[in-house]
Design a protein around this ligand. Structure first.
Ligand SMILES: CC(C)(COP(=O)(O)OP(=O)(O)OC[C@H]1O[C@@H](n2cnc3c(N)ncnc32)[C@H](O)[C@@H]1OP(=O)(O)O)[C@@H](O)C(=O)NCCC(=O)NCCS
Length: 283
């Protein structure tokens, strides 16, 4: 069994998986064997193969990632959902709390892992189809709508996705779904995307921390976390492939990559984390 990966209380780990390029049959078979019966049933309810594929890899990724921190095997995890659908670990019981949140969009899965539960992640593919801009914009808070309206047209889509992912990450961290009105809190972003200011009617803004990154050119990723303590979070990012194909341990049920073989990146390296680097890592 691999040595458990350390996750200090004030750290958040982000695991990124470019799922569309993972097609090794051995790897996929290994992932399949990790899913429990309800997950298998849910998987086959997806109409399109690409959605089934992403669902399979999401479930396997969550299981493999969680197993990096303990001696629990990926197929041993059980999960529950709260009243708003936020998944959490049901068992096996852990000495130290372990929490996660998942987001997926066309081509990319992200899993955030932390020791405290108020963590939310959202990723969006900027090339997604549909009239999301107009629709979602009408639910944003007034300052956000005014800010977007005043922007040059060329900047609007990018800044819209920055806001959208931040808002989703916050809603997901709180775990109460869309019972939180999207205009009950708002963000102010500076011109170059550096500073993120936040205000909310029903939550202490000072306790919240936010991060927002552009990723692989096509994606926007946001992370939200709340802490009652003064210690600032440290975020680390790793590329991940559940049950790496060709790896002897990976083929055995429950095998995961040795934790030490995962490259861990700091947020400042995010821009450098190119798709080719991840792909090279998968080979
Ligand atoms: C379900 C919701 C939590 C996120 O949905 P989403 O952004 O479409 O999808 P994401 O891929 O980011 O997240 C889905 C994952 O979040 C997790 N999740 C589900 N309910 C959750 C909740 N209440 N809180 C936190 N996470 C939740 C699940 O793990 C889910 O993935 P899974 O079903 O494969 O396990 C919800 O906020 C939603 O429906 N959002 C869409 C609302 C919208 O239109 N927003 C406009 C812009 S602000």
């Amino acid at each position: 069994m691999n040595a458990a990966l350390a996750l200090p209380e004030n750290h958040i780990h982000l695991w990124l998986c470019l799922d569309a390029s993972i097609n090794d049959p051995d790897c996929l078979e290994c992932c399949e064997r990790m899913l429990d019966k309800p997950e298998q049933a849910r998987r086959w309810r997806f109409h399109f193969p690409k959605h089934r594929h992403q669902f399979l890899l999401t479930r396997a990724l969550v299981r493999c990632v969680l197993s990096c921190y303990t001696d629990v095997r990926p197929e041993e995890w059980t999960f529950i959902q709260d009243a708003y659908g936020k998944p959490a670990i049901a068992g096996p019981e852990q000495d130290q709390p372990l929490h996660f949140n998942v987001s997926h969009t066309d081509g990319l899965i992200v899993v955030a892992v932390a020791r405290q539960g108020t963590v939310g992640v959202d990723v969006e593919n900027l090339r997604r189809e549909g009239s999301t801009f107009e629709l979602a914009n009408s639910f944003f808070a007034v300052p956000e709508r005014e800010w977007l309206r005043a922007l040059p047209s060329a900047d609007k889509p990018r800044r819209f996705f920055e806001l959208w992912t931040l808002k989703e990450a916050y809603v997901k961290a709180r775990g109460q779904g869309l019972s939180i009105a999207l205009d009950s809190f708002h963000f102010r972003l500076d011109a170059d995307g550096g500073d993120i200011l936040f205000d909310a009617a029903d939550s202490d803004p000072c306790r919240w921390h936010f991060w927002s990154w552009s990723l692989f050119g096509d994606y926007r990723l946001a992370l939200a976390a709340m802490s009652d303590k003064a210690n600032v979070f440290q975020v680390e990012v790793a590329g991940a492939v559940p049950a790496l194909a060709g790896d002897a341990a990976g083929r055995a049920l429950g095998g995961v990559l040795p934790a030490t073989s995962f490259p861990i990146f700091s947020p400042s390296d995010m821009a450098l984390l190119g798709a080719s680097r991840l792909r090279a890592y998968q080979e």
